[in-house]
Every structure is written in C-alpha cells, then in structure tokens.
Design a protein around this ligand. Structure first.
Ligand code: FAD
Length: 436
C-alpha cells in the first residue's frame, strides 16, 4: 500500500498532507471532539427509506446505537434552554453579561418577553411568515443535504464517543445496494458513448475518471474518499475476538486492510481509493479554513463556561493551523465557464448530493447509519461553505447551525484519523515484510 505523489486534482503531495495532519492537526482536533459541544449529535435514525422497502434491521450487537437521556446533556443543550438562550440564527447567547450557569436554567425573563413584544409590534405576522418562507427557500438553495425536522419526536441526541464508528459486521447485499446506488445512480457518469452501458463494477474503476470534467471528478472522489475512510475505520477498530467467557478484543486487522487496499487484491484500485481519502480531507480542510471568520465568532455554548472557553481556544488554534496549510484545494476552479451551464452543473451537483443524504436513511445498521448521516452532513456543510458565495448564493451570507458545525468537525476528525491510521497500517505491514 505504498502511497506517494500528488493527490489527484490537487497540487500537494500525499506525504506532506500526512505530515501536516499527523503532527499538527490531529492532536488538537482529537481533543476538541472529546468536548461536550462536539460529542452530542442530534439525529433521526427512524426516518423511512424513501427509495426501497427497508432492509431487515441489522441484529448484530455492534449495530446498536444508545441515544442519550436528557439528563446526560449539558444544560445548554437541553431544548428548553436553547429556545430561551439563543438568538434566532446564531449560536450567540442572548444575554452575554449574566452568570451563564444560572442563565442556563432560568425561565423566560420579563426582558425576553418585552423583546418579543417589541418585535411583534414592528413586524407583522404576515411579514414574519413571508420572511420564514423565503429563509427556508434560501436555505434550501444553499444546502447540500436534506434538512431534518428538528422538532420531530424521533430526533434524539446521541453521544458519539459512546457509539464510536468501528466494525459492526454490516456486510453483504444491504451495504452493497447503498454503495451501488450512490455510485451508479447518484454519482456522475463519464460522458463517452459506451459509458451508458457502464456496469457498477467497471464504473468504479478510477480509469474512467479522465473522461469527466473537474466537478464530476470532485464529486466521485469526495464519495470514494469517504468510503475509504469508513472502511479504514472498520479495519482499525475491528472486533478481533469475542466469546462467552472472553472480553471483546478490538484492534487493527491487517488482513482486512490489505484485502481492501492492496493493489494486488483490488486490481490496482486500493491505493487510488486511499488517495481519494486525502482528496476528501483536503476539501474539508479548505472548508474549515474558509469558514474561519464565521467559526471564530461562535460561542460553542453548552452552559459550562470553563469548557466553552476551552473549546473556543482549541477551535481558534485549529483554524490557525488549517489556514497555515500552503496548498489548499482550489474550489474557485469549479463551476466556471458559461454562466448558465455552470449554474446548471452546480444545481445538479447539489441535487445528487442531497439524494445521497436521503439514501443514508436506507442504511440497515443503526451505527453505520448514524455515522453515515453525520459524515454526509459534514461533507454537505463543507460544500455549502465552499459554494455559498458562488452562483445562486452569490449575495448570501454564510450561516452555520450547531448540527452543521458538529458534523463538519466530526467528519474532518474521521478523515484525519484515517490518515493517521494509514501510517499505522503501513508501519505494521513493513514489519510483516520479510527482509530481503
Ligand atoms: P464495500 O465497501 O461494500 O464496497 C462495495 C464495492 O465498492 C467494492 O466491491 C468495490 O468495488 C467498491 N469500493 C470499495 N471501496 C471503494 C472506494 N473507497 N471508492 C470507490 N469504490 C470502492 N461497516 C462497518 O463495519 N462499520 C461501519 O461503521 C460502517 N459504516 C457504513 C456506512 C455506510 C453509509 C455504508 C453504506 C456501509 C457501512 N459499512 C460499515 C459497511 C462497509 O462500508 C462495507 O460495505 C462492508 O464492510 C462490506 O465491504 P465489501 O468488501 O463488500 O465492499
């Protein structure tokens, strides 16, 4: 699994990305993702699959997700507090001067009521409704993922640290149908005449990519890179042994990694798929660097002042490191040329991606669905950051809600962790090799 050379469709080398990530970025990112703000993710795992009859639920123990009880959440994340505490579209506490701990639990104050009253007299209900309708319309134009109904009774908070992404035993027809539907029906296809008859397996060959334009290659690489990252995680956190009288043992499974990424067992595709992971990482890195002006203003409010300040500090440190990377992915090269065609392509790109976010409701293992939904939302957020000021969203200002921020940093954390894991596996494989 020797990896070297320039990351496809980028300008930097695999080796320099690994060094930058493993030494500089991964340590602070890892500590950030252990904080309360980033470990609690709100998700609906009960939405029906919109495309085909649900696969039978995965019965394996590893697929189970434990949702949080309200008592597990920091007070600032509890629904009631959120509604009283935050301003409409930012993560900014309404009252910045008071004792935050006390603020967190207090009932709606008279002052709040006065503010609402004042609003009611200046903006009529019709105007408010019209404003909401336009806002929903604008958001829909900018979002690359289907928005979930936050108020549905099926939405739950999940502690990501208690439900880590790892081997679950989800394999066979169900995941194959998901991946096949993603690559075959929702990725773009090469524009050569014979490609209309392209089958799943042959389309999955990287060799066909040269026939496609930059935007379509980017789309494919993003998904393929995420697919690699998911599979690296299951190889790195593999269930090595379990038994009635034995404790479960989790760890790296070298054979599993080799079977998925060795050039010999994958007809040369393995290393290319690993390189696609670097590509996806670079897109997320660029998005985080680009969103710095918005992220620097976030309070990351959980109602625990000491931790909230620590989170603000670590985020600033990560943003500084991300912005110091010398060879960022250049999104400005995308959706250029004829304006009408570029807009149409951008819209197709968004529609395809939104479809993939809906396919995540068809994943037949809850743990895989949790991480699939989170990571697709994270990549969708990265795309929203990169393209909000382009095309349709030209006059739009970037705003991010808590769910998007949590998903963005967590998918970045997973991609970053996968790059660290590649080095670990390479090290193990080199120890295995008989010396010449
Ligand atoms: P698959 O990974 O199922 O791949 C199917 C085909 O796609 C392969 O035959 C190959 O031709 C092609 N392919 C493989 N990798 C790439 C790539 N990087 N780029 C392009 N083409 C590729 N399992 C777990 O144990 N834990 C998880 O957390 C987990 N999460 C999942 C999340 C989602 C959204 C999905 C769809 C599946 C998840 N799985 C998870 C299942 C896992 O991804 C595999 O599908 C499963 O292990 C079976 O692997 P496979 O070897 O049959 O090939």
């Amino acid at each position: 699994c020797e990896l070297n050379g320039v990351v496809d469709d980028c300008t930097c080398k695999v080796e320099s990305v690994s060094e930058f990530n493993n030494i500089r970025l991964f340590p602070p990112l890892n500590s950030l993702l252990n904080k309360n703000y980033f470990k609690f993710f709100k998700v609906n795992l009960h939405r029906p699959c919109p495309f085909w009859a649900d696969d039978s639920r995965c019965a394996m123990k590893g697929c189970h997700v434990c949702p949080c009880s309200p008592d597990d959440l920091p007070c600032g994340l509890k629904e009631e507090s959120n509604e009283n505490k935050y301003s409409a579209d930012s993560n900014k506490p309404v009252d910045e001067t008071g004792d935050e701990e006390e603020e967190c639990n207090k009932e709606k104050t008279e002052e709040d009521e006065d503010q609402l009253g004042a609003l009611d007299t200046t903006i009529s209900r019709e105007n408010m409704l019209a404003f909401e309708t336009w806002k929903t319309h604008d958001d829909a134009q900018l979002n690359f993922c289907e928005k979930e109904d936050e108020h549905s009774g099926d939405v739950e908070y999940v502690d990501l640290l208690l439900n880590p992404e790892r081997y679950t035993g989800y394999k066979g027809t169900s995941p194959h149908r998901i991946w096949s539907s993603i690559y075959n029906e929702n990725c773009f296809r090469p524009e050569t005449p014979e490609s209309t008859a392209t089958t799943y397996e042959s389309f999955l060959s990287n060799k066909k990519l040269k026939d496609m334009c930059l935007e379509k290659r980017v789309f494919y690489r993003l998904i393929s890179g995420l697919h690699s990252s998911i599979n690296i995680h299951l190889c790195a956190k593999y269930l090595l042994s379990e038994g009635l009288f034995e404790q479960e043992r989790w760890g790296r499974n070298i054979e599993e990694f080799q079977s998925r990424f060795d050039p010999e067992t994958t007809d040369g595709e393995g290393p290319i798929r690993l390189k696609n992971l670097y590509f996806t990482y670079l897109v997320a890195l660029r998005a985080i660097a680009k969103a710095a002006p918005v992220l620097e203003k976030e309070f990351f409010y959980t109602g625990e002042p000491v931790e909230d300040q620590e989170v603000q500090r670590i985020v600033k440190e990560i943003l500084k490191i991300a912005n110091s990377f010398p060879e960022h992915f250049d999104e400005s090269a995308m959706f250029q040329g004829d304006q009408q065609q570029a807009l149409q392509l951008r819209e197709e790109f968004r529609t395809h991606f939104r479809n993939i976010s809906r396919i995540m409701d068809c994943v037949g293992c809850d743990k895989c669905k949790l991480w699939g939904k989170l990571q697709i939302k994270g990549l969708g957020t990265a795309l929203k950051i990169l393209f909000t000021e382009q095309g349709v969203g030209k006059k739009s200002k970037l705003t991010l809600d808590r769910g998007e921020i949590v998903a963005l940093f967590n998918v970045f954390g997973k991609l970053s962790g996968s790059i660290v894991e590649i080095e670990e596996f390479q090290e193990l494989l080199s120890q295995d090799k008989p010396s010449a």
